[in-house]
Design a protein around this ligand. Structure first.
Ligand SMILES: [Zn+2]
Length: 304
């Protein structure tokens, strides 16, 4: 069996998976994000050991998905957000391998999300997929010819931060990025601009359920922007399957019709229909995707 670990800003999910990625057991622990890289990985390792203590079987490897910019080949965090102290530069896979004595692998969390959905979720078995996460920010990842394509700098698929989506300032320092219209933070901000009210993205979703025209307009804008990102991807790469996850998909009933309206009005140049699917694995996607990476790498390396 393999372990998949999802180190998020507030919680760390740990799942123990069998050879077909079935989850044998799972648990969740708080992420000690202010206590440094060793403490964060230590909390995850404690979780893995706890699961191993109550599940029969032999651990063959560990996959870790983490937020931020990572070096997936060296297994190291490159850039982390301000909420993580002592995380940038931390050698995650070395720490895990030394502690558990099995091979370990590291992925960016959005890449791990797509690995999970492509291995055992909404787009299982699909050879070509763009994955998007509409969460606090907007993440993207690309699956080509049945494998993750992360590009020469590990940044392929970052659809949340390409220009062409208006002129609003983005959290990354750029302007007019998809994230300025389609992230949870942006949905709250755009609603605030229309109404003068400071609310959370969840409150905007509740307002939309109640028929609030400003909330509906904000989701219409977000969905239209996501559709444009889909059309850009379909035109550039001939990828026509899309999986969308993240907290904003809690308002899928409002986002999806807006996506479909734009796609109907401007079909992709290939003439092939576009499929847009909500993610299936929910909060398990990153941990399962990290486990999938470990399984793939172990199989590539051959029997131990
Ligand atoms: Zn940006």
């Amino acid at each position: 069996m393999v372990a998949g670990v999802d180190i998020g800003g507030t919680t760390t999910q740990v799942a123990l998976c069998g050879e077909d990625l079935n989850v044998l057991d799972r648990l969740e622990v708080p992420t000690p994000a202010a206590a440094g890289g060793a403490a964060m990985v230590g909390a995850a390792l404690d979780g893995v050991r706890q699961l191993l203590g109550r599940t029969p079987g032999r651990l063959l490897g560990v996959g870790v998905g983490a937020a931020g910019v990572v070096d997936a080949r060296a297994g190291r965090i490159l850039v982390a957000s301000d909420s993580f102290l002592g995380w940038a530069g931390f050698a995650v896979t070395t720490a895990v391998e030394e502690a558990l004595g099995v091979p370990a692998f590291l992925d960016n969390d959005v890449n791990a999300f797509l690995r999970g959905e492509a291995a055992a979720g909404a787009v299982a078995g699909e050879p070509h997929v763009l994955g998007m996460t509409l969460g606090t920010g907007v993440g993207g990842a690309l699956w080509l010819d049945g494998a993750l394509y992360d590009g020469p700098h590990g940044a392929a698929g970052e659809i949340g931060h390409v220009p062409g989506f208006g002129d609003l300032p983005c959290t990354c320092g750029g302007r007019g990025h998809l994230e300025t219209l389609a992230s949870g933070r942006s949905i709250a901000a755009r609603y605030g601009e229309r109404t003068g009210r400071t609310v959370t993205a969840r409150a905007v979703a509740e307002a939309a359920v109640g028929g609030d025209p400003d909330a509906l307009a904000v989701y219409e804008g977000a969905g239209a922007a996501v559709a444009r990102a889909i059309l850009v991807t379909a035109g550039l790469l001939d990828v026509t399957t899309f999986v969308i996850g993240g907290g904003v998909t809690g308002a899928w009933a409002f986002v999806e019709p807006a996506i479909e309206r734009t796609l109907t009005a401007e079909p992709p140049v290939s003439g092939h229909p576009v499929r847009v699917l909500p993610a299936l694995l929910g909060g398990d996607a990153v941990a399962i995707g990290a486990a999938a990476r470990a399984l793939t790498e172990l199989r590539r390396a051959g029997p131990a």
